[in-house]
Design a protein around this ligand. Structure first.
Ligand code: PGA
Length: 251
């Protein structure tokens, strides 16, 4: 019932031209393969229109990496959920730890972002994860539960069903250090339990929970073998066709 998903997070990488040629090549390679998961690329805002125009969304789906916490108005430099939706993109990463840390996004501002994304028919890929300090002091479960409660639990079950979650331990992002299989399985099981308690088993059964953090072509198989892991949010390894394809083919 749950969708398997591999989502690439390009972060602030690739010029428009590089992005276009990457997606063209990726699509032509995926066409000839038996792909058993949804493939999403989350690209910089300015790439959205051009990439949407050239992709077959049955093969590659398109997302952004953030949306504003206001609908419209005097917020210089911001991009609204409605603007993203107007490009044709269907997904948006929200709550990535880099946004939480570098741009001071809070559980409350993320709650507004999630609500606006949903209102504009975007599917949030909502990131949750603990810092190294929090993991060392065994606070990871509390941190994750708080992130979910404060940003997501005001939405209806109907809306929650649309959300994709991504567990990304902050200490594993871009560091080459992955969480162990046991840590991943424990956390994903815990996350699903939180959803069961709040929204019931039926909703929890429909929610895809991705793992992110130094996931690559070598460790993907072991990570995705966990029964509560429904795919991956891939940073560095999504920037090269070969490695991204190998991860997709793991399913
Ligand atoms: P990484 O990034 O795969 O480079 O660790 C993952 C992410 O930040 O989503």
């Amino acid at each position: 019932m749950r969708k398997s998903i591999i989502a690439g997070n390009w972060k602030m990488n690739k010029t428009l031209q590089e992005g276009i040629s990457f997606v063209k090549e990726l699509e032509s390679k995926l066409k000839n393969k038996n792909v058993n998961c949804d493939v999403i690329v989350c690209v910089p805002f300015i790439h959205l229109v051009s990439i949407y125009e050239i992709i077959d969304t049955k093969i590659i789906k398109l997302g952004a990496q953030n949306n504003a916490d206001n609908s419209y108005g005097a917020y210089t430099g911001e991009i609204s959920a409605a603007m993203i939706a107007s490009t044709g993109a269907k997904y948006v990463i929200l709550g990535h730890s880099e946004r939480r840390v570098f741009y001071k996004e809070t559980n409350l501002s993320l709650k507004k972002k999630v609500e606006l994304a949903l209102k504009n028919n975007l599917i949030p890929i909502f990131c949750i994860g603990e810092s190294l300090e929090e993991r060392k002091s065994a606070k990871q479960n509390m941190v994750i539960e708080t992130q979910m409660k404060d940003s997501l639990f005001s939405i209806s079950a109907n809306d929650f069903e649309k959300i994709i979650l991504a567990y990304e331990p902050v200490w594993a992002i871009g560091t080459g250090e992955t969480a162990t299989s046991n840590q991943i399985q424990d956390m994903h099981t815990f996350i699903r339990k939180i959803i069961v308690n709040k929204y019931g088993q039926a909703v929890a059964n429909k929610t895809s929970i991705l793992y992110g953090g130094s996931c690559n072509e070598n460790n993907a198989k072991e990570i995705f073998a966990n029964s509560n892991v429904d795919g991956g949010l891939i940073g560095g390894a999504s920037l090269k066709i070969d490695t991204f394809l190998q991860i997709i083919e793991t399913f």
